[in-house]
Write a protein that binds this ligand. Sequence first.
Ligand code: PLP
Length: 505
Amino acid sequence: MTTSDPGQRRAPIEIAPEDFRKAGYRVVDQLAAFLETLPQRPVTTGESPKEIKNLLGSKSLPEEGVALGSLLDDTIDLLVNHSLFNGHPRFWGYITSAAAPIGAFGDFIAAMVNPNVGAWLISPVASEIEAQTVRWTAEILGYPAGCGGLLVSGGNVANFVGFMAARNSKATRNIRKEGLAQGNGNRLTMYCSAETHTWIVKAVDQYGLGTDSIRWIRTDDKLRIDVAALREQIVNDKAAGYIPFLVVGTAGSTGIGLIDPLPVLAELCREFDLWFHVDAAYGGFAACLPDAPADLLGLREADSVVIDPHKWLYSPLEAGVALVRDPDNLRSAFSHTPPSYYKFDQNLEENPINYYDLGPQNSRGFRALKVWLAYQQVGREGYVRMISDDVQLARRLFDLAKEHPALEAFTQNLSITTFRYVPEDLEQGIEQVESYLNLLNTELLTRLQRGGEVFLSNALVRDTYLLRVCIVNFRTSLADIEALPNIVVRVGKQVDEDIRPDALR
Ligand SMILES: *Cc1c(COP(=O)(O)O)cnc(C)c1O
């Protein structure tokens, strides 16, 4: 130790309280300025991967430390001048929300106190806050508040949790002990439509069932799972000796926001004694709206539900929640006999919640705090208002696209609207024109994304390439939405001039 006073350790990573206060105020001032200027900034600078890489250079790991002040200043500069801002009022890509500022305070406080929410003993208040956050999440959905649940990184991992609870509950042998190879695991089958998010493929791979265990059920004309086809497949599989165990319904598909007929799926699962899992990562929170679609409310009947606070609760990344109706089904899917060095409960009489028993993680961060704070900052009423506004804006955009002579509106579900640019002199329906329109809109999207005025993404509906706006953004105003059609058409015209083949001129 390089200290002159042997009683005092001076660790290079420590920041003394007075320095912490100074640096902290400075960081907050800079971030407040960032918040102030955000609407005037481009959504993205559109820099190339090479340009971004060059910002960092190729220097190796620093041998010695640098001054704290300039380190923080430079880092904030780097990030606010070269990032893509999903908190910008005109960011509507994928399903990534603007981040609630209260969430930044939540993560900050969580990191300072740093509870390890793996076990109650080492995170007493934090464990109870997480339990309350899970209960409130169930409440806002109208799901039974006595359910089990926990926070994880996002929708993918939350879906894995539900998947494991399903497998453990419905498998006819003890797969946890015997593994798949010994038993009949290779006969387990599960059911979903092609609109299901890609987590499903990762789940069957990771947990050893393999992609052949997925029965991809065809969809109806609205891209919802075809229930008659589903029933037929289940009946046939049972007759052939398979063991159906799980049906996945989607509540707000990632592409166009469609909702599977959840109440009908729930009924079918009861009839065949199957686990009913609902992936409501994006759309679930719309269940709090007074005019929530009946199909969506069917998520209340599910054995497990996945929901992402980092989508429609506007929580900063990362925050996903898995809910399991019967808490015992969650515990028995993940709890194993603890090793001898796990003595978390010896002095605790009341059997407190130990989250390492309820999910795949061991050490766990305090993700719940930012969600818990936001629930209290705005209340249920605040969320109803913001989610409802997002939906209204998406509907308004659909109408604007419908009215515009050079735009064609396609779908409108929840807060997702799809449309495409169609030059007025082109006649749709002809094969050659259709394939050109796909090319045109693909290139148009690329230019819009690089341009920084707005940020959209795309959807593909029955081979038609569409521009897709997903509003999970409490900063978007009506003016932002009303500006979009003319931006799309202006850039679309340029692209059309540049790339239209002679045969179509
Ligand atoms: C976003 C999404 C996922 C994946 O969630 P992540 O938080 O990105 O891991 C899964 N399913 C649906 C329906 C989604 O919208």
